[in-house]
Each structure stands twice: as structure tokens, then as C-alpha cells.
Ligand binder design. Structure first.
Ligand code: CUA
Length: 306
């Protein structure tokens, strides 16, 4: 978050540094008083039974000023500054709306042209993208530190946030609200592409899956459609239309499996299908009932889904 890649992120970074230095000053001053008090009181600790009857002293005034007025002033000032920064954020008009739905423990992204993907979204550089953040189950939190966007997915709430990336690049995000066993493996990658590249990608992403190329992949597709895979996953252009798990239409364009649990490679895909509970314990996907040869064929097919 100290390496901001958008205007909003820079605003929050500025606020962060102001709060950081104020905190440092408060810690230094309080530590100084504590040390001074510890030195003075050493050897003279006793209960002062005159305390209620003595006149107002400088010590009493100090408690009121340093204990109430100074913290009150600092908190009011930083609160006002936070409001100003918040008010400046996300004020640009949006050019694109993407729905990013939280699931235990992955994300589904839907674009207006029908493209559906998971755990890795792409946005055009320099354009304001509005993210709608529904949830399919519990509370999650969408957080991409370098873009400084963070907002909770709350059941029943229409939470939205705006994001602009002013550099191309890949920005790692992470669910920031504890949501169960695999909360740590609920990663989202936001990739900012130059607008031309983004338009190309978005157009291809909305297309149905490519036809299988070769006997293995053809077998794999048939097995996928007939086995339990199709009960939970969609591959557009085939008869697989399940909605419990991620849409796999263009799976091979993703960098990870299981929302960051393992890197996307044929071996990891094979292991994931064979025993998902090993790669990501607690995940909804059950161990496969397919034979190793059938799994190989399914992997051959899925690896072609670019
Ligand atoms: Cu989703 Cu933590």
C-alpha cells in the first residue's frame, strides 16, 4: 500500500503518512512522560489520603489538557482530514462496471458483455472502473493494496467502489475479512492492461470456449460434460452449465488455481482435480471419481481453454 498505483491510492498514502507521524509523536511524548514519572516516583510510592481536599494543582490541569484536550484535538483533526480524503476518492465518472462476487473461497467476475471469469480480473489503464461487490454467502472484503481499494462484500448490501490504475501491471489482492478455513487462499489478481489490449481480451473472454484440438482433448471434453464436473462448472459453448464453482470457459488464461492456492500448471491441475482437499482443504470440490487416464484427458482439454 506504500507503492500506490492510482490517484486514490496516493491520497490514502498521504493520509497514512500523516497518521503515522502523528502516532510517532504521540508515542514519543507519552513515553517521555512515563519515563519521567517512573524516575520521580521511584521510592516514594504511597497512597495520598489528602487527595480529595487539596486545591487544584498543575498536575490536575495537566491531566485535563494532556489527557482530554490534546487527544480530542488530534482525533478531531485527523477525522476531519480523513473525511476530506474520503470525499475526494472515487469521484470520477465510471467507464465500465464489473460485478465481482465473493464466494467461499474465490471470486467470480462478470463483465457487461457477458464475459465471466474468476480470481483474476482485467481492467483498462487510466479508466474508472466501478466494481459492484455482492456476495454469494458470507462477508468477504475486496482489498488490492497497490490500488488502495478495499470494501466489504456484505450480504444484502449494494457495496460498490471505483478503481483506476494509472500504470499497466499486475496487482495482487486478497480477501481481508476472515471468512473461514481458506480465507488466506482467497486471492484476486487485478491486471491493468492498455485499453486496446483490454478491449481485445474482453472480446475474447466473452466468446465460448475453443473447440478441443486432438483426440485427448476431445475425450477430456466428453468426460467433463458427463462426469460430475459439469454439475458445478460452466464451460460456455458446451453442455457444462453448473454454477456452484468457477466458470472455466477460459481457464488457461489464469495464473493460479483455487484463488491463489497453487500455480496454474498441468501438474497442479491434475493434482487439484484428483484431490482438491489436498491443495485447498475445506474447498467445496470433492475428490474425483475419474480414473487417472480420464483425469489426464480432462487436463489436456482444460489446458486448451485460452
Ligand atoms: Cu473471503 Cu476471507
Amino acid at each position: 500500500m506504500l507503492d500506490p498505483r492510482s490517484d486514490d491510492a496516493r491520497r490514502v498514502e498521504g493520509l497514512w503518512w500523516v497518521l503515522f507521524w502523528i502516532s510517532c509523536a504521540v508515542v514519543a511524548v507519552v513515553t517521555g512522560f512515563l519515563l519521567a514519572a517512573a524516575r520521580r516516583r521511584r521510592g516514594e510510592l504511597h497512597v495520598d489520603d489528602e487527595i480529595d481536599r487539596r486545591p487544584v494543582s498543575w498536575g490536575d490541569r495537566f491531566v485535563v489538557i494532556a489527557g482530554a484536550a490534546v487527544p480530542g484535538g488530534i482525533l478531531a483533526g485527523t477525522f476531519a482530514f480523513s473525511l476530506v480524503v474520503l470525499n475526494d476518492m472515487g469521484s470520477a465518472d465510471r467507464n465500465l462496471e464489473v460485478e465481482v462476487e465473493g464466494h467461499t473461497w474465490w471470486w467470480e467476475a462478470r463483465y457487461p458483455n457477458g464475459a465471466v471469469t474468476a480470481n483474476q480480473i482485467r481492467i483498462p489503464v487510466g479508466e474508472t472502473v466501478e466494481l459492484a461487490l455482492p456476495t454469494a454467502d458470507v462477508i468477504h472484503s475486496f482489498w488490492v493494496p497497490e490500488l488502495q481499494v478495499k470494501k466489504d462484500h456484505i450480504p444484502g448490501a449494494d457495496n460498490r467502489l471505483s478503481v483506476v490504475a494509472d500504470h499497466a501491471g499486475r496487482f495482487r489482492g486478497q480477501c481481508a475479512e476472515f471468512c473461514g478455513l481458506q480465507h488466506a487462499h482467497m486471492e484476486i489478481i487485478v491486471e491493468a492492461l492498455p485499453p486496446d489490449e483490454f478491449d481485445d481480451w474482453l472480446r475474447r473472454e466473452a466468446e465460448p470456449a475453443p473447440e478441443p484440438d486432438g483426440a485427448d482433448a476431445e475425450d477430456g471434453r466428453r468426460i467433463f460434460e458427463r462426469a460430475s464436473c459439469a454439475g458445478c462448472h460452466t464451460i460456455r459453448g458446451t453442455s457444462a452449465e453448473g454454477t456452484l464453482g468457477p466458470d472455466l470457459t477460459h481457464l488457461a488464461n489464469r495464473d493460479t488455481l483455487g484463488a491463489g492456492a497453487v500455480p496454474f500448471t498441468p501438474e497442479a491441475l491434475d493434482d487439484f482435480i484428483t484431490d482438491p482437499q489436498d491443495a485447498k482443504p475445506g474447498v467445496s470440490m470433492p475428490p474425483t471419481e475419474l480414473t487417472p487416464d480420464q483425469v489426464d484427458a480432462v487436463v489436456a482439454y482444460l489446458m486448451e481453454l485460452e
